[in-house]
Structures are given as structure tokens and as C-alpha cells.
Design a protein around this ligand. Structure first.
Ligand SMILES: [Cu+2]
Length: 121
């Protein structure tokens, strides 16, 4: 009889642990953010959209070349706005207040340099 009691207590604790884990991993909700980027052309658009689309938690990323703004829909339990801005900066483009990584920017194609940096623009 005592054994059953011990087992049920153990089960109770195990269940509690499981339940706690469940609440920790919140489902998250969809969030949409828009950043001003330094994209110049179709190539920049593809590079940024591709990088973001492959990022964990990102549902959708669309860059509008008219105003150079990227709109990103993401799950807020997987990533956040700052992380997304840093991803854009890491591949050589500005994202709002986060400036492009100088190394990545230097390596980007000529046409993708900011207007003024490139004679072709
Ligand atoms: Cu470009």
C-alpha cells in the first residue's frame, strides 16, 4: 500500500515538472516590425529577404525598394526586433539605429554600396 503512495507522489512531482516546462515554452505571438534599411537594388532586396527568411522564428520578410523599408513578421518567442536588426547589419546593411557591419559592407557588390559611396549611383 505504501508503495502505491510513493509512486503516486512521484507521479505528481513528475507531472508538475512537466507542466512547468510547458508553461516556460510559451507559444508566442506573431509580431510585425518595419525597419529602415540601406538597401539599394534588387540584389540587396534578395540578400536581406533571404537571410531573414532563413532566420529562426521569421515567418515573412519583404523589402520595399521604393522606401527601402523591410517588413518582418516573426514569432516573438523565437526572436526579437533587436536580433533581426543585427542580422541585417551583419550582412552589410543598416537597420534603423543599427549600422551595417563595416566588413560585410566592404565586401558587398559595388552596386549595393550606399548612394554617394559608389560612382554608379
Ligand atoms: Cu544592391
Amino acid at each position: 500500500m505504501r508503495k502505491i503512495l510513493v509512486i503516486s507522489i512521484l507521479c505528481f512531482f513528475a507531472f508538475n515538472l512537466f507542466a512547468q516546462k510547458g508553461t516556460k515554452e510559451t507559444k508566442g505571438t506573431k509580431e510585425t516590425v518595419t525597419f529602415q534599411t540601406s538597401a539599394q537594388c534588387e540584389m540587396c532586396k534578395t540578400a536581406i529577404e533571404k537571410e531573414l527568411t532563413y532566420t529562426k522564428g521569421v515567418k515573412k520578410a519583404v523589402l520595399n525598394l521604393d522606401d527601402k523599408k523591410v517588413t518582418i513578421t516573426f514569432m516573438n518567442n523565437k526572436t526579437d526586433a533587436t536580433k533581426l536588426k543585427n542580422i541585417i547589419a551583419k550582412i552589410g546593411y543598416d537597420a534603423d539605429d543599427i549600422k551595417a557591419d563595416p566588413e560585410a559592407y566592404k565586401n558587398s557588390p559595388q552596386c549595393c554600396k550606399k548612394a554617394g559611396d559608389c560612382k554608379d549611383h
